[in-house]
Structure formats: C-alpha cells, structure tokens
Design a protein around this ligand. Structure first.
Ligand code: GLC
Length: 418
C-alpha cells in the first residue's frame, strides 16, 4: 500500500478514543460532529464496523429534541476551552449546546452501502437519529419555513472565523459572564487561530444561549447572531437526499415523502440565493435582512446538492478558477487578494481537505470533471508534501494548524479511491 494511505489509517487508529475519533490529539480532545461524519466515510472504505461505531457514538450525544451537538464530551480533558462547565447543558453525556453541519446522513448512506443489505438492523437506529435531527433543523432553525436553515453561532457553521461572519459578529458584545481562558493558542501558533476579540464574542453567545436554558424557541428570539446559511443548507439538502434514499430502502414511505418535501423547499430556497453579479450563492443575515456578500467558499458549496443550469454552473466554475489562479494549493476559503484574506488564519483563506471533498462532489454532480480533478490532485499533493495537517496555506502550500488530523486523513483515503 502507498505509504500515505498507510499513514492515513494510522492517524485514524491513533486518534481513536474508544469507538470515536478525536479530530487531533490535545487541540480537539473530544468527539466533533461533522469531523466524525467525514471520518466514518473514511472508515467505510476498509472497516465498516468501525464506521458504524463512529456514527453510533455520535448519536449517543443526540438531545431529546433531535439536535446532535457539535461536541460530545465522552471523557474529561483539560486541554480544551470551553469545556462542559461553560456550556451548562443537561444531556446524560456532557455535550456542547450548539450544532454543526449535518454531514451525518451523507455518511450513513455511504456506510450502509459499503456494508451491503444485511446490515439494515444497524442502519435503522442511525437512520432514525438522522431523521430526528433533520426535523430539528427545519423546526428549530427555520421556524418560518423559508427552506434556508439558520445558525446562531459561528461555530455551528464549521467555519468558525470566516469573513462571512464579520458584519454579523461585530454586533455581538465582547462582554462575557464566563472568563475566557483559551487553550488553543497554547497548542498552535496564535497567528493561525481566531483573534481574542472573536473568542469573547463566541463566549458571549454561549452565555446568552445557556441563559435560555438551551430552549430553541427562546434562543431564536434572543439570538444576537442569526445567519440563514447556504453552506449548511446545501449540506442539509444533500444529506436530505441521502436520507430520502435510505427511507425508501428501509420501506419508510411516509417518511420518504416527508423528507422529499423538505428537500424541495430547501432546493428552491437555495436557488433563490444565486447572485449572478457575484457568480456565487449568498447567505442572509436575518438580523439586518441583508445578503452576506463576503467572498468565501460557502458560495460554491450549493454545487453539492443542486443540479444547476449550464449557465450558472459555468459562472461558478469561472469564478472558482479566477480565485485559484497562481495558488500553490486550492481551494481558498476566502477570495485571495482582498483585505480579509489571510492565508494562514484558519477559515480566512486556507485550503481545507474536507471543503475540497464537498466541492469535488459538487463539481462532478454538475458535469465539471476537469476542475474536480484539479482540486483532487491539489489536495492529494498538499497532503503528500506536508502531511495530514488541519489545513494548508494556499499561497505557500505549508501545512498549518494541528497535525495528524483525522478528517484530513479521511479525505485522503476518500480522494485516493476515485
Ligand atoms: C474547528 C473547526 C471546525 C471543526 C473543529 C474540529 O473548530 O472550525 O469546523 O469541526 O475545529 O476539527
């Protein structure tokens, strides 16, 4: 076996903490929601039992209302802030109180298919967990039935400090009840992480929602940050398609029809977020009512779940190529050359293997095999040159952030199989 494939499997094994995989040692010492879904797809390629286990352990954190939290604190650790005492949630296993992009059902379909039909018994409870979660999304995060789901904390987007949140986050006060005791900057260079001011706002939001007792309706009313987001909605729609497929396979006809109706609603809403003048899709800030025009990768993620007309797909691809010009590693999470582009700072420019994975699937779906292949090669080269870093500086190719990263390993396994 190619030595990098071997190394990818070794990373997943060494980040195993008992049926679940931490994103990386120390910096992220618990189970993270969308990280685990990507990891499960990696495992599905060679160890289906372990792939199911990853999703089962994630589902252990599911709340009674259907929400699957962004972190499940299976075991204590003092290398991460904010821990359970800051979140003040009530689940039997301690969890955070916010969620993350719903990749779960996308992973479940892949795991189910890798397993073959004999494993229906193992798929069923996970299918039910996914269905509950999707219902939660539409009920708690789109109470007006617009088809776009909203996020109440930048961490829910998975793109913590993206320039997409700059305007919306600036309205959030920096005052906190909880003392902010960051641990991340003790593990990696502060230049590569969100700024202190961002952290205070992140914690202000946690304090605000904890004071609502984590009740979704109260949070919706009190939220000082509320963005109806295209990346998350696009992921929810793709996951919804996979969930609908599973529902049919499992003979759940009524549920399949229910999911199909939700999918149709999101499909229509996402399409309405296309902005020809920008050649991108845009999110909406629900507090100001304005489009979020900051140029980030999120604007291209709808490729994943829409079958676009030639003209729109062509415009998206043209824009993606313009952003990629002259870069060592694609695809940048912020448009290069603009003021907010910072090639080493987390979600303000760096290329991430899992974002590329979503974009590659979306480009293929929309008949753009050449650009999909370019992204795939670029991701593989970056990893083979620099290792399984958390993300890559698109200008220099340097591997940044944490090392031995689980989802980078899973992405490598997945991209090498095609
Ligand atoms: C950071 C990322 C988030 C990821 C987590 C664990 O918070 O922004 O997307 O899930 O780290 O890797």
């Amino acid at each position: 076996m190619n030595k990098h494939l071997d190394e990818a499997r070794r990373i997943l094994a060494s980040n195993d903490r008992g049926g679940y995989t931490v994103p990386t040692d120390r910096l992220y010492p618990f189970q993270w929601n969308w990280d685990s879904a990507f990891v499960a797809m990696g495992f599905a390629l060679y160890d289906v039992d372990r792939a199911y286990r990853e999703l089962e352990r994630l589902a252990e954190g599911q709340w009674a209302d259907g929400m699957i939290p962004h972190i499940i604190f299976h075991q204590p650790s003092d290398t991460y802030f904010p821990g359970p005492s800051v979140w003040r949630t009530r689940h039997s296993i301690p969890t955070s109180g916010i969620t993350q992009p719903p990749v779960f059902a996308i992973a479940l379909r892949k795991v189910h298919e890798a397993a073959g039909s004999i494993t229906e018994a193992r798929t069923l409870p996970l299918y039910e967990a996914a269905l509950k979660w999707h219902r939660w999304w539409y009920c708690a995060r789109d109470p007006e039935g617009t088809g776009l789901v909203a996020l109440l904390h930048p961490w829910e987007t998975g793109s913590d400090n993206s320039p997409a949140w700059d305007i919306a986050l600036a309205r959030v006060p920096t005052t906190t009840e909880t003392a902010v005791a960051r641990k991340d900057t003790g593990h990696v260079n502060a230049e590569m992480r969100p700024r202190d001011e961002d952290y205070k706002r992140f914690i202000h939001l946690v304090d605000t929602y904890a004071a609502c007792g984590w009740d979704p309706a109260q949070q919706w009313e009190k939220a000082p940050f509320k963005v109806a987001e295209v990346q998350t909605t696009a992921i929810l729609l793709k996951a919804g398609e996979d969930l609908e497929h599973l529902a049919r396979r499992l003979g759940r006809k009524d549920e399949a029809a229910e999911i199909a109706a939700l999918n149709a609603r999101s499909r229509k809403a996402l399409l309405a977020q296309w902005r020809p003048a920008l050649s991108r899709f845009v999110s909406r800030d629900l507090i100001s009512g304005e489009d979020v025009e900051a140029p980030t990768q999120a604007g291209f993620i709808p490729l994943l779940s829409l079958d676009l007309e030639e003209e729109i797909a062509g415009a998206l691809v043209g824009e993606m190529k313009a952003w990629s010009k002259g870069l060592k590693v694609v695809f940048p999470t912020t448009k290069p050359g603009i003021e907010s582009f910072e090639p080493k700072r987390y979600w303000r420019g760096p290329a991430w293997a899992i974002i590329n994975w979503l974009l590659i699937d979306g480009l293929k779906r929309n008949r753009q095999p050449d650009l999909a292949e370019e992204l795939r090669k670029s991701t593989i080269d970056a990893i083979e040159t620099e290792g399984f870093a958390e993300y890559f500086d698109p200008m220099t190719g340097e591997g940044c952030g944490g090392l031995g990263f689980s989802w980078t390993a899973a992405a490598y396994l997945w991209l090498m199989r095609q």
